[in-house]
Design a protein. Structure first.
Length: 231
């Protein structure tokens, strides 16, 4: 059952149509694991790998990004810039266009230092058709996150957050502050499940019947650029 569930989850992220709409100059690059978001690609000594377009009828923007990122990282891209996003409907496709780049090692290190750190994001359900919310607790306080938005909690130095979804039979995770720790991203749905299970890196896990899923770091940093904070 678990294998079947994960296959369904991954198919959501990578079943969109992806095209290379402009071929770049970079060739024979090694595959990459992570793409850094660039606000202005002109400020970097970067080489365009490709311009990609993903599209699908009324698709969630996160699924479009995951489809592009899957191809771009295989092509050797380690950075990207958002060109445009168009939300579709029953008559037209949703469409996302990204430029993917290859940055040298020193620029990757510099950009990694500039990324937001030690912030926890929880994404609402990837549904744009209704305004329902998911309820949870952080350190005992009741919180909620609406569909197609995110909830944000900033980790303070030496602080630990406990996130609980559900009651006695739910699930809890603990996240500790660490120096220069990349943001942590989670969802209560199958959105962007990052591997099988949850482990390490300052996070403890308590399993029962609830689910708090880690979201892939690529997808997380992308979504906080395009989604709104839950109000």
């Amino acid at each position: 059952m678990m294998i079947s569930f994960l296959l369904q989850v991954f198919s959501l992220g990578y079943s969109q149509h992806v095209e290379v709409v402009e071929k770049g100059m970079a060739e024979n690059l090694s595959p990459k694991e992570f793409m850094i978001p660039l606000k202005n690609a002109e400020n970097y000594t970067s080489v365009l790998v490709n311009r990609y377009k993903a599209y699908s009828p009324n698709a969630y923007v996160g699924h479009l990004f995951s489809a592009i990122a899957n191809d771009a990282k295989k092509d050797g891209a380690n950075a990207y810039s958002i060109i445009s996003y168009k939300k579709g409907d029953k008559q037209s496709d949703s469409e996302l266009i990204l430029d993917a780049y290859s940055l040298n090692d020193s620029e990757v290190e510099r950009m990694s230092e500039l990324l937001e750190k030690n912030t926890v994001y929880i994404f609402g359900e990837p549904s744009v058709s209704n305004d329902t919310a998911s309820k949870f607790k952080i350190n005992g306080d009741k919180k909620e996150v609406k569909n197609n938005t995110f909830f944000r909690a900033i980790l303070k130095e030496n602080e630990e957050l406990k996130i609980v979804k559900g009651g006695i039979t739910g699930m809890a995770i603990w996240i500790k502050w660490k120096p220069e720790q990349f943001n942590r991203f989670f969802s209560f749905s199958g959105l962007g499940v990052d591997g099988v299970g949850i482990s390490g890196n300052g996070m403890g896990v308590g399993f029962n019947t609830g689910r708090i899923n880690p979201v892939d770091r690529d997808l997380g940093y992308f979504l906080i650029q395009v989604l709104k904070e839950s109000q």
